[in-house]
Design a protein around this ligand. Structure first.
Ligand SMILES: NC(=O)c1ccc[n+]([C@@H]2O[C@H](COP(=O)([O-])OP(=O)(O)OC[C@H]3O[C@@H](n4cnc5c(N)ncnc54)[C@H](OP(=O)(O)O)[C@@H]3O)[C@@H](O)[C@H]2O)c1
Length: 186
């Protein structure tokens, strides 16, 4: 890649419990329609004739197939898969490989926003990248006995910010308390 190649910025979005649990038995352990709406409103926001790139791990890809839309390109990260999964668009061995395709000549004028939507290894690679701009974390209060987790924010690199468009108060739905937080790379 040429050194003066334009580097894309990306954001990450997750909902995590007190122990940074994000999933159980390859599904979401809670039903929070407001959080689902929050997630969808962010990842589907795109200008006409543009697309959003969604970067996912192999397991998260299998449960996000209902999200496929012409305005989204799905990049699946896996070192074991041999073929692009059904309805996904690209199979990559690493985050760097996915970003290089997004920054390359065929997509750089097509992709508007880049989202990492999980799971652990993809968030971890994302946090280590200087191209990560924001980490949206819905803090779900409680311990949901998860078997999948997300990495916590590195407070030496990211700071909690307030976004006027985001309700930062504690909310409650279906008996579960939760709060939207936004961390930004310093
Ligand atoms: N609460 C939330 O916001 C949220 C969001 C997303 C997912 N989830 C939940 O989380 C669980 C799935 O997450 P998970 O962490 O277990 O699995 P995952 O990240 O979706 O998939 C794991 C696999 O993805 C591949 N992978 C991950 N990072 C990679 C990297 N940097 N480079 C190359 N390949 C990479 C590897 O595949 P290979 O083994 O094939 O190499 C790895 O075994 C589910 O329960 C799901 O419901 C929750």
């Amino acid at each position: 890649m040429a050194s003066n190649q334009h580097k894309v910025r990306f954001n990450m979005i997750v909902a995590a419990d007190d122990k940074l649990g994000i999933g159980k038995d390859v599904s979401l352990p809670w039903n929070l329609p407001t959080d689902r709406q929050f997630y969808m409103s962010h990842v589907t926001k795109v200008s006409p004739n543009k697309k959003n790139a969604m970067i996912v791990g192999r397991l998260t890809e299998s449960i996000s197939r209902q999200e496929r839309k012409p305005s989204k390109l799905f990049f699946v990260l896996s070192k074991t898969l041999k073929e692009v999964p059904p309805r996904a668009d690209y199979l990559c061995q690493s985050l760097e490989e996915a970003l290089a395709i997004i920054e390359g000549p065929s997509l750089r004028d097509v992709v508007e926003n880049v989202w990492i939507i999980g799971g652990y290894g993809v968030y971890k690679a994302g946090l280590e990248s200087p191209q990560c701009h924001r980490y949206y974390i819905t803090r779900v209060y409680g311990d949901f006995q998860c078997d999948a987790f997300c990495p916590d924010v590195d407070s030496t690199k990211f700071k909690l910010v307030s976004d006027p468009d985001i309700n930062g108060e504690i909310q409650e739905e279906n008996g579960i308390k939760f709060k939207f937080e936004v961390y930004e790379r310093m």
